[in-house]
Design a protein around this ligand. Structure first.
Ligand code: DGJ
Length: 568
């Protein structure tokens, strides 16, 4: 008999007509499937956003959390699609998922009010063609303190767009933050860009976030001079800044707190009275006015397209005074000023070129500021991979991105190998970020580059982990301790993921329970493309020093799955 027909060949009644309940269930199922499909489309179309998870924030893209394994292009590369052509596949091969690339005011608005989106279109087209996401850097009024990315019609009209005046009455090629003309022109261009971005990328979500300006900072003095600036410096400190500092109380960043206290912790007064007349007091004034300028851009930008916006900063060397470094940006000691001055900005993000990466990055990981590192030194810096593992494991960074990424040699290289491992760990990192289940390890490095090779300790899940950066089985002169690093993820119960290179870990009880901790099982392996763990060798004997330690040898990034147990 033919299925669906009776013995005479006539159609049999369908299940639906025979069983009304089954029909209803089918209809409900269809409805649910339809609703889910709609939800998926909606989630896909929703713009990228930040969402709180534990002590940090997740970057949500297409409805799912996203971790940025990034690299920032050299300044001029993205201005030519031709120049970039050979680099896109190379960047993809390095396991990057995101490229940080500038969009320049001078290119998009060559004549006032006339926009040319060619550079943006090409960037989006080429990133999409290589399945890469973008973070756009808005090179507007300021780029590395200076104002060289502004269009000619701005650059050449110093009447309308005044420059910063310095003490001797001359000016520098930095636009004044006190000019409403400059602010409004920058706001108009930025808003136009954000509006265009929404139009051409609002469905595709190629662009994850936008950086507003680049490394804002005042040089070669701590604050602008001239009648307008002098008058403002003599004016009262805005009450909203003092209120914000009062609310944070003892949590105000220590340098600013000390200065405020030294001046009598005043709740009113002019800038000199509240923060001091010297360069440090002047820098607070500069920071506030830069932050207010940025706030105008951010508010206008978000009104057109509401995606995460952040501001980056060039850090200052210890012992230098404001003005000797680009001053007044969102530096560690000025974070509270910037938070109060631009409350709509999502993140303040460090560009870290100093060797004491870990300490500097840690200052930007605050309850009110998720860490993102748009410039993690030059891509060729050999400490990059260790810093990446540390940032994700210890500081819940939502992204890591070395600078001038296209100048790095072809994959495989140290960074691509590190990213390959971090890519495999991404689902686990996203699940555990901000929840106290992860840790990162690297040798402490001082600002002058001195590597402190002593072990570090970390307690998690009742176990104290002691991490050594000197590999026990490799000749000392063949090791670069500053490049060693890794991370740990507590998967739950007795299970841990340990990844990185050049670290050796021993264990003991941390909470008064059984003091000894042994390795039940350790295995190396990889996560396949679908996220399933594929074990390689079971590690035992010499590989764990007969159960005494977990070792990730130098020179090869890897993941080990480790089950520990406690005994007396
Ligand atoms: C930091 C800046 O943000 C980048 O645009 C670039 O100029 C690098 N410095 C160069 O080291």
């Amino acid at each position: 008999m033919v299925p669906g027909r009776d013995c005479r060949g006539s159609p049999t009644p369908t299940t639906l007509t025979r069983y009304p309940l089954a029909a209803s269930i089918r209809r409900v199922k269809t409805f649910i499937a339809f609703a889910l499909a709609l939800l998926t489309v909606a989630a896909h179309a929703a713009p990228p956003r930040l969402e709180k998870q534990g002590s940090t924030s997740q970057l949500i893209v297409d409805g799912k959390p996203f971790l940025i394994l990034g690299g920032e292009l050299g300044n001029s590369s993205a201005s030519s699609a031709e120049y970039m052509r050979p680099h896109w596949p190379r960047l993809k091969a390095m396991h990057l998922n995101t490229v940080l690339a500038p969009v320049e005011w001078d290119l998009i608005e060559p004549a006032e009010g006339k926009f040319d989106w060619t550079s943006v279109d090409e960037l989006l087209r080429d990133a999409r063609a290589h399945d890469l996401k973008l973070v756009i850097l808005w090179f507007g009024a300021w780029k590395n303190s200076m104002s060289t990315y502004v269009p000619s019609w701005v650059k050449r009209d110093q009447q309308r767009f005044p420059r910063v005046q310095i003490a001797n009455g001359s000016s520098v090629e930095i636009l004044s933050a006190f000019s409403a003309n400059t602010r409004d022109a920058d706001v108009r261009a930025f808003a136009a860009f954000m509006e265009y971005l929404k139009r051409v990328d609002g469905e595709k979500n190629t662009v994850l976030m936008v950086q507003v300006e680049n490394e804002i900072g005042m040089l070669p003095i701590a604050r602008e001079r001239g009648p307008v600036a002098d008058k403002l410096f003599a004016a009262p400190v805005p009450p909203e800044l003092l209120r914000a500092l009062t609310t944070r109380g003892e949590k105000v960043e220590p340098e600013l707190l000390a200065r405020w206290k030294a001046q009598g912790r005043k709740s009113s007064g002019n800038w000199g009275q509240v923060f001091g007349e010297d360069e440090w007091g002047q820098e607070v004034f500069t920071a506030w006015h830069y932050a207010r300028f940025v706030e105008a851009l951010v508010v206008a930008g978000k009104k057109r397209y509401d995606i995460p916006l952040y501001v980056n900063v060039a850090l200052n060397r210890t012992g230098r005074k404001p003005g000797e470094y680009p001053s007044g940006g969102p530096l560690p000691h000025l974070l509270d000023v910037w938070k109060a001055g631009t409350p709509t900005t999502d993140m303040l993000s460090p560009d870290i070129y100093f060797p004491n990466f870990a300490q500097l990055a840690a200052r930007f990981n605050r309850a009110d500021n998720a860490l993102f590192i748009p410039e993690a030194n030059n891509a060729t810096n050999s400490q990059g991979p260790a810093n990446a593992f540390f940032s994700f494991g210890e500081l819940d960074s939502l992204g890591f991105s070395p600078f001038s990424i296209e100048s790095l040699g072809d994959a495989p290289n140290a960074l691509s190998r590190a990213y390959e491992v971090l890519e495999q760990l991404t689902p686990l990192l996203l699940e555990h970020r901000g929840r106290g289940h992860t840790a990162g390890f690297r040798a402490t490095i001082q600002e002058d580059g001195t590597v402190i090779d002593s072990p570090v300790k970390k307690s998690m899940a009742g176990i104290e982990f002691t991490v050594t950066f000197i590999d026990p089985w490799t000749p000392r002169d063949k090791q670069t301790i500053g490049d060693h690093g890794g991370l740990l993820i507590h998967a739950g119960g007795e299970d841990f993921w340990i990844a990185g290179q050049g670290i050796t870990i021993t264990f003991k009880g941390a909470d008064g329970g059984p003091p000894l901790v042994g390795i039940d099982i350790a295995e190396e392996g990889v996560f396949d493309g679908k996220g399933a763990w594929k074990p390689g060798r079971r590690l035992n004997g010499d590989q764990t020093h007969q159960g005494r330690h977990i070792r990730l040898p130098p020179g090869q990034f890897q993941i080990q799955k480790v089950r520990l147990y406690r005994y007396r």
